[in-house]
Structures are given as structure tokens and as C-alpha cells.
Design a protein around this ligand. Structure first.
Ligand code: FAD
Length: 468
């Protein structure tokens, strides 16, 4: 890490005349794009946010609509952005989940969800409140999809967009910088299953899972063990005949009936070895199940169909690179940046730190290292991942080092890092989830931390917005 320079410690609200104001295009108005827009404008930049949908919130805008291809593999399919299922409640307590200076507290209004782990609609309403609170609506062009973003002469970026009304006409504009915030939970990743082409059952990805009813009395094989796989398996088990979970983390030879849940029709297996044309699914431990459905809860791929960097930025086995600190391609910094690529993290606060850093780097208030230094940092990071045998597709999984990463960004920006109570509450929730996978949203033991959070929030303006 380069040592902080004097510039890093200048105050957050700079005298704008000292620093450059840039024209910045933000792609996407989910949580990342919204906080990026706020930080860019706070820094004195002129911001246009392009949003393909007709409302803000990205992932958090639930829709019962699913794609025409249940696997989400057909490139010509009509894309549905959100992967939320109807029953989804947050997997993080609202205190840790919200933006740092805009607490995600219950508003107390009758139509709102006051629970500590609220349903998805409450998150979407919180993001809408954030937009109103910071007057961001005027920056957003709704139903406007970016179809191309590429470098043109003089370090400027050409952005072509298509709006709902005039779908046939592309509008081209020039910006000083592009901040990519298009999300990464829309393009399914699928498990490879020998024999799948001849298997007669239904085959789908969790991107297109909404409600359990279509699985009533069926035998379902679900692949995966991440948060949404756990939720969806419990959702489906309420109505299905049986749910068989195939997971990499289960050793061959173990067939375990999951107990301790409200239902007793869930089984744990190692991965699928093959499937047969008679409808059977064979697992690596030799167990065989006659199944109606295979449901891939196998995650998503990074996908930037609009982005043209002449090969400088590539996606290789789900590694977006080269990127300095998962944000800036060294050869295109600070003109091109990405917010929100990291996973297994606390997303909203991290988006906020990343956005502040980008905004400061674009104005020149925060110095970036040279291209060579940034490339050397990226290479060292890749080498460290190889040394720890971390697969390439885990490049943006920050897991244990997320708070170190946030605090590093905070230091660069000259602001306080992640609050101690937030770090502890995140860890307490992870532990609680392991012990009570089906009850952690309603039973917990970290009241002391919630009190600390409430005290901290009292110092912020409660969901009432702030500066523009
Ligand atoms: P998104 O929310 O996906 O927003 C991207 C936006 O970009 C969308 O509005 C999209 O329409 C727009 N867009 C895309 N392409 C274009 C284009 N070409 N032109 C214009 N606009 C475009 N996080 C938590 O903190 N807590 C949770 O409990 C939690 N649960 C989750 C459960 C599920 C099932 C999933 C999938 C994710 C969950 N997350 C959770 C993570 C969640 O994705 C992040 O919280 C966050 O919403 C991501 O925000 P984003 O802005 O990066 O992306």
C-alpha cells in the first residue's frame, strides 16, 4: 500500500476551485449507483445516472416476472434484473446494512416493516428515502439503458444510451469519467452436469426462483450452499416432497438428513456426478434420487456487455481485471471505475467508501499511485491469492479482510473507518447464522451492540436526509 500523502488528509468538503469538477456518468441506480451519485455530487462533479429500469433500487426491486429461459443462459432472452424471491428477508441486521451516515432505522410508519431483518420491500423503500433525502432524483435518467461506454480521444468517455420511449435511437454523449454500478446478480453461473442434455426434468437457476408453489409435491435437487441456497431450500421444503441439496462442502460418502428445521424432508449430499435419461440424479457418494427439478443456486457472473476498454479490462473466470483495489483499472484511472464488485461483504457501507475514494480521485483531492505502482499492487494481490490456493473466481470475495479494506479506503479519504460496533455485529450475526440457520433473523444475543448502534445513529440525522 502506498503511504498516505498530504492530499489524503485534506478535509472532505474541499474548496471546489482547488479541485476539478468532472462530468461523470454513473451506470445503474441500485445502492452502489445511488451512493456514488451522492458522493460525486458532494465532491462538486456533474453527475448523470443512467438507469435501465423505471425506479431506483436495482436488486431490491422485487418482481414476480421471470425470464423466458429459466436457466438464464440464452443471450437473446428478455433480461429481468432482480433475483429476489418473494419471501426474502435481509441476511444482515438493518443496523449494519445501512449507509454510514444514513441509518437504516425503522421509520415507525404503519406501511413499513420494522423488523431487524426486514423483508425486501423495506430495503427498496429505504433506498427510495435515500434518493429523496439527498435530492438525487434529478440526476437519474430512468428507463435509459447504457448500450455502449468506451474510451474516445483525450481521455474522454463516449456513452451511448437508449431510452424506453425511443428504443431505436441511441444518444451519444461525452463524459470525463464513467463509474460502473450495474450490479452482479443477474447473469447466472451454472454448474456443469454430465448427461444434463438428455435428462427429462426441469432445469433452472435461482435467478428465476420466486415462490415455492410450483414445486409442490416435487422432488427437487438444489445445487449450492450460499445464503440464497439455504433460504430457497427451506422455502421449497415447506411444499415439496423432498429437497436434496448438493454441495461442494459435503464430503463424498455422507448422506445426511437435515434435522432441527421445521421440516424433515431435506437431505444433504456431495456434488452431482451425473444425471440419466430415466430422470435419476447420481451424487458422488453413489446415492441416487429420482428428481423432478434441478435448481442451480450457483451464483452469478460479472457481465459488462456495454463496456469497451479495447481489451484493457477483461473478465476471466469471474475475475474482473486488472483493477487496483477492485476499483480502478490502472491504465484507465481515474476515468473508469467500478463500485460494488466485492462479495461476502457488507455492501452498502463498502459502496460508500469506494464512492468517496473515486469522487476524491476524480477531483484530484486524493492522489492515486502511478500506473506502474498500481499494476504492481494488483500483481502482488493476485500472487497472494495464488499462494493461498484461492481460485481465480474468488478474486472479488473479500470475506475476512473486508473491514481492513474499508478502513484503508477511509484512511485514503481522510475519514473515520468502519465503526467497531458494526464490525462486531457483522461477526455476531455470522456466528448466530451458523448456530440457527433457520431462526437467526428472529433470535439473537447482541442487544449490547444494537444499543451502541442506536446511540451512534442518534448523532446522525434519522432517515431525514442531509446535504446534497
Ligand atoms: P444492483 O442493485 O443490481 O443495481 C444495479 C442497477 O444497474 C440496476 O438498477 C440495473 O437496472 C442497472 N443497470 C444494469 N445495467 C444497466 C445498463 N446497461 N444501463 C443502465 N442501467 C443498468 N445485500 C445486503 O446488504 N443485505 C442482504 O440481505 C442482501 N441479500 C441479497 C439477496 C440476494 C438474493 C441478492 C441477489 C443480493 C443480496 N444482497 C444483499 C446484495 C445486494 O446485491 C446488494 O445489497 C446491492 O443491492 C447491490 O447493489 P448494486 O447497486 O451494486 O447492484
Amino acid at each position: 500500500m502506498p503511504p498516505p500523502t498530504l492530499l489524503h488528509f485534506l478535509p472532505m468538503a474541499p474548496s471546489i476551485s482547488l479541485f476539478k469538477s468532472r462530468d461523470v456518468a454513473v451506470i445503474g441506480a441500485g445502492a452502489a449507483g445511488l451512493v456514488a451519485a451522492r458522493e460525486l455530487r458532494r465532491e462538486g462533479h456533474k453527475v448523470v445516472v443512467f438507469e435501465r429500469e423505471r425506479q431506483v433500487g436495482g436488486t431490491w426491486v422485487y418482481t414476480p416476472t421471470v425470464e423466458t429461459d429459466p436457466l438464464g443462459a440464452d443471450p437473446s432472452r428478455h433480461i429481468v434484473h432482480s433475483s429476489l424471491y418473494a419471501s426474502l428477508r435481509t441476511n444482515l441486521p438493518r443496523e449494519v446494512m445501512g449507509f454510514l451516515d444514513y441509518p437504516f432505522v425503522s421509520t415507525g410508519e404503519p406501511h413499513r416493516d420494522p423488523r431487524r431483518f426486514p423483508g425486501h420491500r423495506e430495503v427498496s423503500l429505504y433506498l427510495k428515502d435515500f434518493v429523496v433525502g439527498f435530492g438525487l432524483n434529478e440526476l437519474i435518467r430512468f428507463e435509459t439503458e447504457v448500450v455502449y461506454a468506451g474510451l474516445v480521444e483525450d481521455e474522454k468517455w463516449g456513452v451511448k444510451s437508449r431510452s424506453g420511449n425511443d428504443a431505436a435511437i441511441d444518444v451519444e454523449e461525452i463524459f470525463d469519467a464513467v463509474v460502473v454500478c450495474n450490479g452482479h446478480y443477474t447473469e447466472p453461473r451454472l454448474a456443469e452436469i454430465p448427461g444434463i442434455d438428455a435428462w427429462p426434468g426441469k432445469h433452472m437457476h435461482s435467478h428465476n426462483y420466486r415462490t415455492p408453489e410450483p414445486f409442490r409435491d416435487q422432488v427437487v435437487v438444489l445445487i449450492g450452499s450460499a445464503a440464497s441456497a439455504v433460504d430457497i431450500s427451506m422455502d421449497i421444503a415447506q411444499v415439496a416432497k423432498a429437497v436434496h441439496i448438493a454441495s461442494r462442502s459435503v464430503e463424498a460418502g455422507i448422506l445426511e438428513k437435515l434435522s432441527g428445521n421445521a421440516v424433515d424432508n431435506m437431505w444433504l449430499h456431495p456434488m452431482i456426478e451425473s444425471v440419466q435419461k430415466d430422470g435419476t440424479v447420481i451424487f458422488y457418494d453413489g446415492s441416487v434420487v429420482l428428481a423432478d427439478v434441478i435448481l442451480h443456486c450457483t451464483g452469478y457472473k460479472y457481465h459488462f456487455p456495454f463496456l469497451d476498454t479495447s481489451g484493457i479490462v477483461t473478465v476471466d473466470d469471474n475475475r474482473v481485471g486488472p483493477l487496483y483495489k477492485h476499483i480502478f483499472p490502472p491504465h484507465l484511472a481515474p476515468g473508469l471505475s467500478f463500485v460494488g464488485l466485492l462479495w461476502k461483504v457488507l455492501p452498502f457501507p463498502m459502496f460508500e467508501f469506494q464512492s468517496k475514494w473515486i469522487a476524491g480521485a476524480l477531483s484530484g483531492r486524493i492522489g492515486l499511485p502511478s500506473q506502474e505502482e498500481m499494476m504492481a499492487d494488483v500483481s502482488a494481490f493476485y500472487l497472494s491469492r495464488e499462494a493461498s490456493d484461492t481460485p481465480k473466481h474468488y478474486t472479488h470475495n473479500l470475506a475476512d479482510s473486508q473491514f481492513e479494506y474499508d478502513d484503508w479506503l477511509a484512511l485514503e479519504c481522510g475519514i473515520p473507518g468502519v465503526e467497531e460496533w458494526r464490525k462486531k455485529m457483522y461477526q455476531a450475526t455470522a456466528k448466530n447464522k451458523k448456530v440457527r440457520p433457520d431462526k437467526y433473523r428472529d433470535e439473537w444475543e447482541d442487544e449490547d451492540l444494537t444499543l451502541e448502534a442506536q446511540k451512534d445513529f442518534a448523532r446522525c440525522r434519522p432517515n431525514g436526509g442531509g446535504d446534497n
